[in-house]
Design a protein around this ligand. Structure first.
Ligand code: ZN
Ligand code: ZN
Ligand code: ZN
Length: 314
């Protein structure tokens, strides 16, 4: 089994799939390029495996054994090779580097693309090609000590480089526009920076202000248009994911509440404002005067207890 040849072939076929551009071929491009990168990673593990270890670093299962001199050795067992999590662990232990945040994005597209993105086109996958190109270029040069252009071949190299260059430029422009837009919420601003189009998966989103001074998001790839009522929940959840996690784990204050006005889970407690509808709710209970906690915001202007009591009075 020649992993390196398979890796290169897989990437080359993926680039051809991408160039063809029909939906089935684009899905195939994602699978092939993803598989190609994993094979490059596995090649690095194969090379680092000691001789006579049955490719211990490459195999998912390892067992202790004794060599002919009676010395303890760990050897690879079976046919199954490492999965992504095992590759991460072994790379860390061995000091092999790759851009895991880029790979995780590719992995996400690989997992979501078939179900989530009905309007898939070449441009929507430009980000994936760009991420892949940068990973492949650096990993081949720095970890496999080979020439990526020579290994991939001029045609595939040039095709990926062109897509990547155009994409990175457009991505920068989108980021600048998002950065400079007139956001009413810092939390939403932070959240949209890492969002993708819900129709095609592209992350080339641009802000467009409408006549109500609401900021809508327009996808540069497929033209899909989303207002705050549709993207606010996602943006808020993404921006406050860490805070929400620690609030749940350590029992701190929940950062996001259900809006009493529109019902969306987009009410940002620290900003005292709903990111979806702009509602600024009452935070002090009109009946008992206590601060209304996040969990009871949906009953504002009353706290949960007072709402319960007053509904009994009716
Ligand atoms: Zn789109
Ligand atoms: Zn609301
Ligand atoms: Zn109350």
């Amino acid at each position: 089994m020649d992993l390196l040849d398979n890796a290169v072939e897989s990437i080359q076929v993926g680039v051809e799939d991408y160039a063809t551009g029909t939906r089935p071929r684009l899905l195939s491009a994602v699978r092939n390029i993803h598989a190609g990168i994993l094979l490059l990673y596995k090649e690095a593990l194969r090379r680092d495996s000691p001789d006579d270890s049955d490719e211990v670093l490459l195999k998912a299962r390892n067992l202790p054994s004794r060599d002919s001199t009676g010395k303890l050795v760990i050897v690879g067992v079976g046919k199954k090779t490492v999965d992504v999590q095992q590759i991460k662990e072994r790379f860390e232990g061995l000091g092999i580097n790759t851009d895991w945040s880029r790979f995780d994005r590719i992995n996400e597209v690989r997992n979501d693309v078939e179900h989530l993105y009905p309007q898939l086109d070449q441009k929507a996958l430009a980000g994936l090609i760009s991420d892949s190109f940068l990973i492949i270029r650096d990993f081949i040069a720095e970890e496999l000590k080979d020439d990526p252009r020579e290994l991939l071949g001029e045609a595939s190299w040039k095709a990926m480089l062109d897509v990547s260059t155009v994409y990175e430029k457009e991505k920068q422009e989108c980021a600048k526009l998002l950065e400079n837009a007139d956001w009413k919420s810092e939390v939403v601003k932070k959240g949209v920076m890492s969002m993708v189009c819900s129709a095609c998966g592209s992350d080339l989103l641009k802000p467009v202000e409408d006549s109500y001074h609401e900021i809508n998001l327009e996808c540069s790839s497929c033209g899909n248009y989303e207002g705050p009522d549709s993207y606010a929940e996602k943006a808020v959840a993404s921006a406050l994911a860490d805070e929400a996690y620690f609030a749940l784990k350590d029992g701190g204050e929940t950062p996001i509440a259900n809006c009493p006005e529109c019902g969306q889970e987009a009410y940002v407690m620290e900003e005292r404002r709903c990111a979806a509808c702009g509602n600024e709710a009452e935070h002090t209970c009109a009946r008992c005067g206590n601060e209304i906690p996040a969990e009871e915001m949906s009953s504002s202007p009353l706290c949960g207890y007072c709402e319960h009591m007053s509904s009994k009075d009716d």
